[in-house]
Design a protein around this ligand. Structure first.
Ligand SMILES: [Zn+2]
Length: 81
């Protein structure tokens, strides 16, 4: 489930932008994520539980700056069998 947040969470890893449907990883936050702008616009949501899996279950996609770029640094081999 998701819940709106009005300030930057201290202990959470992921936040979503309810306007764009993107989930952001605060541990890998990039300048282009514009997290502060999302919060100021009132579009920020937190995920319960605080995981990417939950974000996906809530219909949120991966931010290309923080979540997907992290995937590229540690590529997973798919279809190797
Ligand atoms: Zn991001």
């Amino acid at each position: 489930m998701i819940h709106p947040i009005l300030s930057r969470p201290r202990r959470r890893r992921y936040i979503g932008n309810s306007s764009t449907g993107e989930a952001h990883d605060l541990r890998r936050e990039a300048k282009n994520c514009r997290i502060n702008a999302i919060i100021e616009a009132g579009d920020a949501v937190a995920f319960y539980p605080d995981s990417l899996k939950e974000a996906h279950a809530d219909g949120y996609g991966d931010c290309s700056w923080c979540v997907r770029s992290a995937d590229r640094k540690a590529p997973q081999v798919r279809g190797a069998f």
